[in-house]
Design a protein around this ligand. Sequence first.
Ligand code: PLP
Length: 397
Amino acid sequence: MTTTKETCSASTVAVKAGIEADKAYGAVTPPLYLSSNYTFSDFAEPRQYDYSRSGNPTRDLLADALSDLEGGSGAVITSTGMSAVLLVTQLLKAGDLVIAPHDCYGGTYRLFRNLADKGHFRILFVDQNDPIALQDAFSHNPKLLWIETPSNPLLRIVDIQKLSTLAHQHHCLVAVDNTFLTPIYQKPFELGADIVVHSTTKYINGHSDVVGGAVIGKTEELAEQLKWWANCVGITASPFDSFLTLRGLRTLSARLKQHEINTKDVLEYLLQHSQVDKVYHPSIEQHPGHLIAKHQQSGFGIMISFELAGDELDIKNFIRSLNQFSLAESLGGVESLICHPASMTHAAMDPEARQTAGIKSNLLRVSLGIEDSGDLISDLDRAFQYVNQCRITQQAV
Ligand code: PLP
C-alpha cells in the first residue's frame, strides 16, 4: 500500500528517508555524492546543484528528512551542533537582544557570551521558569528567545507553548534546541517555535561517529534565510557526515525504545540508592517540570543526572571503577557514557555561573546506551561498592 509522508509515523519517515531516491541505478539506499562541484549542462545553464557548499544531494536527503520529522518548511544541515547555533545568530543585527536560559549547554553559553561581548548582539541569561525575570527580560524588546528543554545537564523543563506565546506578543523569534528529545519525543513547531536546532551528533546520528547539526525553519521564508546564511558563512556539513547521519536516523525510533527501557531501569535503581543525594529526571513526580513534560513531550527523555553523596575523591573512584560507562562528554550514542559536567561539558562556564545554574561539583550525567540494562546496573552497583571500600581503607590508614 502506498502512503504519503503526511500519514506516516515518525519511525516510518525516518526509515524511508532517501530510500529509492537513486534514479540512475535504482539503488535501494541513496548513493553518497562526494563531488565538490557539478557541471553546467550548457553555457549559463547550471543544473540543480553546482557547488557542494551551497547544495549537495546526499545532504539534502538528510535535510528533507529532518524537516519532515519536525514538521518544518526546510532545513540546513551544518558541520556541528555549535555551527547550527551560530547559524541562528546570523539572523540578528548588532544591538538585538537574545534571551537564553541561564543553564543552557556550556558551548552555547560560551558562544552567546563571547559574541555578545564582541558586540554582535546583546544577551540576557535568565531562569526561564522565573516569571519575574522573564517579564523583566521581555520588557527590553528581545529579538530571539533561545529555549533548551530539557536543559543540559539538570533536565529542567520549560513550557514551550507558554514562552512562545509570550515571545510572539513581543514580536520575538523562538528557537528551540531539541537535541535531548529529538522529534520523536518533542515537536517544538506544534508548540509555537519558529526555529528548531539539533546537535545531530547525539541521538539523531546515534553512533558517536559524526559531529553534526541541523537548523529547521517553520516557514519557508525562515528556511530560505537560514539556507542563504549557511552558504554565505560556509558551515554546511560534509556529504559523508550527512550520509552517516541519514543512516543513523533510520534506526532512531528503534534505538529510543531500548534507551527508554534502560533509563527506566537505571532510574529505579538510582532512586533507591543510599549513596545518591538527588536524581534529576522529568519522569519523577517531584521534578518541578514533571507536569509540563507530561503534556509537551511524548516521552520523558533518556538522560539522567544525579548527585553522588560524596566528595571529589568519591566521584573519581566511582568513575574510574566503571566498566560499562565511558567517561566522555557527548551523549545519545548506542553506548553508555558518564560525564562530570563541572569539569567537562560545563567547564567553560565560570564557577559563579555554574552555581547560579545549580550545577554542583558532585553532579554526574549519564547517557544510557542500548546495552542490557542489567549489565549497566551491575556495573553501577560495583562502582558504588568500590567507593565505599575506598572510604573504609582511607579511614583505616
Ligand atoms: N546543544 C546541546 C543541547 C548540546 O548538548 C550540544 C553538545 O553537547 C550542542 C548543542 C553542540 O553540539 P556539537 O557538539 O555537535 O557541536
